[in-house]
Design a protein around this ligand. Structure first.
Ligand code: AMP
Length: 458
């Protein structure tokens, strides 16, 4: 097993400088494997877990090509088109391109829905080297003639699984049909569901395949537990856990709570606020600007607790999230992997606690099947032994109805054991043993710098 550095990848000088400024010295496994393949011009199908450094894996070789072969953007034209499922991810990808591409003088822009089209139209007018877009807004602007994608030579689908989940398959096909056949195409997905393979077969040309984290593998450094709890007790338990986390952690550490519904997210944030915890919510009912404002405040640590729905949480890349709570278990187990991947970003460690009420037993079983291990139980004052018993007994369990989660009915009250921590087994309640070696993340080198063991292509 050799360990390569960014210097070994021979990226253009300004990119090397930008990486150094960012403090990146060693490529993550996805970067070590994808960058050489992309520099050679291959199409790529990559199954990479969130937090593995996949953005730089595609951004760096694209920027390198621009650095070596600068071309003047043409009116309303775009050379490299990146599709993302959400605005949040679009912002994050754009920021990464700007950071890594600093000094290259490229025109990098983004378009997404929910905000005025005017500034986007203006930015598109002179042409762009790189455009990061959400699907709907891109099609709107294209139909109005504000963007010309007929000369795109690099096409990237980021978090393709999510785009399919969100029902964008037709729109993706429309966009793909409008760009030249002769192009380099990259498809990144957290999972390799059959629909993804089907999409890849139709869009990619003899792609190289890279699988960094096999389907369902959860980040090694995440301390995962399940809390069996009655639905009505969930708000009390949540409050205790958040209070305990805040008391035990530095002011920089953040918690992220997932609710199944928009309404539930809003209510939970309100309940936490009324209990004296600064919290905000992130969900699809908020305007794009309000979402961005909330996210910025959260990133700065002005608000340490965020309650989010799955769609809104997509693309959140905040380093200091050390606790993720699934107030409701997700309906789709893939979302579990994605949700808990919001903590332990870039090699840090983190904890994920999932609440499981009687009607969520089927969802927990689904998650355990996907991640191929059982999630250890987290003891707490509201522990519902009968739900745990139902879970372990293997007796039939029904999935809850869609939209039935979130919020709880009662405001959290004080009471309960101080701290809300585990009753036995120390603060971690026993770190769950992974059945796999870490595959996609960053490792800290002995000298404190980030390091990664690069692996040969599997
Ligand atoms: P991503 O999977 O692209 O969302 O990246 C996850 C996080 O890892 C981001 O915060 C990146 O800034 C960070 N990151 C990406 N590549 C590296 C690297 N080679 N070394 C250290 N951190 C990195």
């Amino acid at each position: 097993m050799s360990e390569i550095t960014f210097q070994d990848l021979s990226l253009a000088e300004p990119i090397q400088r930008a990486l150094l400024a960012k403090g990146y010295t060693v490529p993550s496994p996805i970067q070590a494997q994808a960058i050489p393949v992309l520099l050679e011009g291959h199409d790529l199908l990559a199954c990479a877990q969130t937090g593995t450094g996949k953005t730089a894996a595609f951004a760096l070789p694209i920027l390198d090509a621009f650095a070596r072969n600068p071309r003047k953007p043409f009116r309303r034209g775009v050379r490299c088109l990146i599709l993302t499922p959400t605005r949040e991810l679009a912002v994050q990808v754009t920021e990464s391109f700007k950071t890594y591409g600093e000094g290259l003088g490229l025109k990098i822009g983004m378009v997404f829905g929910g905000v005025s089209e005017k500034p986007q139209i203006k930015a598109l007018y002179g042409g762009l080297d790189v455009l990061v877009a959400t699907v709907g807004r891109l099609l709107d602007l294209k139909q109005q003639g504000h963007v010309d994608i007929s000369q795109v030579d690099t096409f990237i689908l980021d978090e393709a699984d999510r785009m399919l989940d969100m029902g964008f398959i037709r729109d993706i096909r429309k966009i793909a049909a409008a760009i030249p056949q002769q192009r380099q195409t990259l498809l990144f997905s957290a999972t390799m569901a059959p629909e993804i393979t089907e999409l890849a077969n139709s869009l990619l040309h003899h792609p190289k395949e890279i699988r960094i984290a096999p389907q369902g593998t959860t980040a090694e450094k995440i301390d995962q537990h399940v809390c069996f709890v009655k639905k009505a007790d969930k708000p009390d338990l949540l409050l205790k856990l958040v209070q305990a986390h805040q008391a035990a952690s530095s002011t920089k550490e953040l918690s992220l709570i997932f609710s199944r519904t928009k309404h539930g997210a809003k209510n939970l944030a309100k309940k936490l606020c009324s209990a004296g915890i600064e919290a905000d919510s992130l969900h699809g009912n908020k305007s794009q600007n309000a979402r961005q404002k909330t996210l910025d405040q959260y990133k700065r640590g002005d608000v340490r607790v965020l309650v989010a729905t799955d769609v809104a949480a997509r693309g959140i890349d905040v380093k200091n999230i050390t606790l993720v709570i699934n107030f409701d278990l997700p309906m789709e187990s893939d979302a579990y992997v994605h949700r808990i991947g919001r903590t332990a970003r870039a090699g840090e460690s983190g904890r994920a606690l999932s609440f499981c009420s009687e009607d969520e037993v089927a969802l927990l079983r689904q998650v355990e099947k996907l991640i191929k291990r059982s999630v250890p139980v987290y003891p707490h004052d509201w522990h519902a032994a009968q739900i745990e018993q139902h879970h372990t007994s293997g007796a039939p369990a029904q999935k809850p109805k869609q939209g039935g989660g979130g919020g709880g009915n009662r405001p959290p009250r004080g009471g309960g054991r101080q701290g809300g921590g585990p009753r036995r087994g120390g603060s971690s309640g026993g770190r769950p043993q992974s059945d796999r070696a870490p595959q996609g993340g960053f490792q800290k080198a002995a000298n404190g710098q980030r390091s990664n063991r690069s692996r040969g292509r599997s």
